[in-house]
Design a protein around this ligand. Sequence first.
Ligand SMILES: Nc1ncnc2c1ncn2[C@@H]1O[C@H](COP(=O)(O)OP(=O)(O)OP(=O)(O)O)[C@@H](O)[C@H]1O
Ligand SMILES: [Mg+2]
Length: 366
Amino acid sequence: MSERSIISISNVSKYFGPVRAVDGLSLEIQRGEFFSLLGPSGCGKTTLLRMLAGFEWPTKGEIFIDGQPMAAVPPHQRPVNMVFQNYAIFPHLNVRQNIAYGLRKAKLTQAETARKVNETLDMIKLSGYGLRAADELSGGERQRVALARALIKQPKVLLLDEPLGALDKKLREEMQLELRALQKTVGITFVFVTHDQEEALTMSDRVAVMSAGKVLQIDSPTQLYEAPVNQEVAGFIGNMNFFDGLVRAIKDGRATVDVGPLGEIHALVNGPHVSVGAAVTVAVRPEKITSFSAPPNTEANVVQGVLDKTAYFGDRSHLYIRIEGLEKPIAVVAHNVARELEGSGDLNRPVWLSWPAEAVVLLPSE
Ligand SMILES: Nc1ncnc2c1ncn2[C@@H]1O[C@H](COP(=O)(O)OP(=O)(O)OP(=O)(O)O)[C@@H](O)[C@H]1O
Ligand SMILES: [Mg+2]
């Protein structure tokens, strides 16, 4: 375990009868990091968090927190605190009483408790709300009280299980920014669970993408988006077009890939799986493709098709271009910076698509 790690999970599994909720998982979380666990429902996120908190015990493997093995440490003796998805704050207590509840075992004087509650109220920007009853708060305010109650004990690690799940979109986005800023101010390590990929990308220093109890990739948001390691990660983080291809040639770090109906596609060599003769999946993000209504004059990859359908989103449109011999149309995101030209949405009109070699990610074929 490295010096900087606050959490080290070593080959941990958790079985519930035949269900492998967590399956031989290893990862390290650094001090002060905003670390997210991202994955579809049932992939083991909550189970992993509960093992960190001590509410669940690993079937196999070891967990270290702050250098200490956790095998024999009960929840209340761990330097962690957990915020749950359905923020359980007490409706019969006011805001101050709810926050002070986090200190009930700390044996502080009344004055000390009051001072800490005030500090924490400041931190979550709810000074002046102290005497409000919990049921007089909005969803976002209630969630901040739950957060305050967890933070007041100054844990080394805060575990957050989809804490914004119950909020509407706008409030959720506000809270994402606030939570991120708060984490940087207090410097506590956050382990944040979500199944919302945008949320994970905007908030985290690093993200672990999970599937079926395992980790598929651990990386920074940009790395995950720009260099996913396989189709599952690529498809889970945003959208991607996938084409089956065969590597024909490699020269100066560039590969020429034969993609049947698209012809030859140029890409950068991005790993040892790209070798002459290898089957690969060519992956391109929709927003990295430019569409033209006449053949473009470019060195980049160009393919021709016809407009199959469009979807208008105000700031952008999604275009789907049908290519002869290709099963699925190619998805393109076009930003509507200029007013759409008359007739540009006509179905079946010819469209040329272009994307540079740098926009292609070559994935191992599956
Ligand atoms: N106490 C339990 N007994 C039996 N099976 C369980 C138990 N807890 C979780 N599981 C199973 O373990 C798997 C992982 O569950 P977990 O709650 O960790 O998923 P999750 O990633 O948090 O999903 P979600 O996004 O829906 O909250 C699921 O198949 C679930 O049914
Ligand atoms: Mg869960």
